[in-house]
Design a protein around this ligand. Structure first.
Ligand code: GTP
Ligand code: IMP
Ligand code: MG
Length: 336
């Protein structure tokens, strides 16, 4: 019997989960990757083999061509986006969707692009929120009712639990971030579901005791798209001066930026019961650290920053991103 590794975002989404997950999929040669989280409001960037992929539904582990890819019942999918991504990534034959995964309809997208969802909350306009609302009202569609999804259907919970029983390596992918959680985030400026580790377990049909490692991902600074509080938010000119400009994968909106928030990081580690931290974009904070592969070779400033995160959160920073490519990663998991 084996235990799953679960990856979640520790901030407001866009922490670089796509990069961390794709690294783990390749490095640990993952057998099964299963995606929980909300839906195509997510946008993961995966840079691999000289190509940049932006995926909203397909598990970011697709870069390992032998990994079985699953989408859990708790997710809502847009069938059109799913099919486009199947073609983009060439995963037909190894991708499956749970019978009971929720479905985003045209009407949901329309509702998400008007009124308070657009004006007040600043949603991604992907229809995920209205689809989840209909689901709660027990009138939403599910995957087993959709003709174009028939070829992908499976019982995800059974597959994942059986894989663990057989001792296989299973990676569970969360999306969004802890402070976008409907329950634990900055309500009402949040997404339409809980996004913490417990919710992601439920999304894919795993009991919490089946998870062995919980990797909470942070970026070296905090970003946020859409409305809602962002403590220490920097003015645009300062963001540009520091070279921290980012644009949303889904919406193209400029991301709001603040320095790393140690207090929120600690809270995210508690809410998710983090066993490890993955820290991305250290190379953007300290340019001289781009492409570094060993912790010892990082600048003193970068090392101090990592140690401070460990001291404040009480959790070891095991993975450190030093560039956008899958292989730009310092891996300290083997160290005692
Ligand atoms: P959501 O599910 O939407 O929250 O997305 P995400 O967490 O997968 O992050 P997203 O891909 O939206 O944004 C992260 C950005 O940082 C992408 O452009 C990545 O290519 C980039 N990135 C990730 N890790 C690193 C890193 O260590 N260094 C650099 N330079 N870029 C990185
Ligand atoms: P929704 O999830 O589209 O309803 O959007 C609700 C809020 O969550 C908005 O502020 C969005 O910008 C934010 N959001 C949702 N998904 C993501 C994501 O994957 N990355 C970053 N922000 C997100
Ligand atoms: Mg994103």
């Amino acid at each position: 019997m084996s235990k799953a590794v679960l990856v979640v975002g520790g901030a407001f989404g866009d922490e670089g989960k796509g990069k961390v997950i794709s690294y783990l999929a390749v490095k640990d040669d993952v057998d099964v990757a299963v995606r929980g989280g909300v839906g195509p409001n997510a946008g993961h960037t995966v840079v691999c083999g000289g190509r940049t992929y932006r995926v909203r539904l397909i598990p970011s582990a697709f870069v390992n061509t032998r990994t079985r890819l699953l989408i859990g019942a708790g997710v809502v999918v847009n069938p059109q986006i799913l099919l486009e991504e199947v073609d983009l990534t060439g995963v037909r034959g190894r991708l499956a969707v749970d019978y009971q995964t929720g479905v985003i309809e045209e009407e949901h997208i329309k509702q998400d692009r008007i009124g308070h969802l657009k004006e007040k909350i600043g949603t991604t306009g992907s229809g995920a929120g209205p689809a989840n609302a209909d689901r709660v009202l027990r009138k939403g569609k599910v995957a087993r009712e959709i003709p174009v999804l028939q070829e992908f259907l499976t019982d995800v919970a059974s597959e994942v639990n059986a894989a663990l029983d057989e001792g296989k390596r299973v990676l569970v992918e969360g999306t969004q971030g802890t402070f976008l959680s409907l329950y634990h985030g900055t309500y009402p400026y949040v997404t339409s579901k809980d996004t913490t580790a417990s919710a992601v377990c439920s999304d894919v049909g795993l009991g919490p005791l089946r998870v062995g490692e919980i990797v909470v991902v942070f970026k070296a600074y905090f970003t946020r798209v859409g409305e809602g509080p962002l403590e220490g938010e920097l003015p645009t000119e300062e963001v540009a001066k520091r070279g921290w400009c980012e644009f949303g994968t889904v919406t193209g909106r400029m991301r709001r930026v603040a320095p790393f928030n140690f207090k929120l990081a600690k809270r995210a580690c508690i809410l998710n019961s983090a066993t490890q931290i993955a820290l991305t974009k250290i190379d953007v904070l300290f340019n001289c650290d781009a492409g570094v592969k060993r912790f010892e070779d990082l600048s003193n400033e970068a090392k101090s920053f990592v140690r401070k995160i460990e001291e404040e959160t009480g959790v070891k920073v095991t993975l450190i991103g030093t560039g956008p490519n899958v292989e730009d990663m310092i891996d300290r998991r083997g160290e005692v």
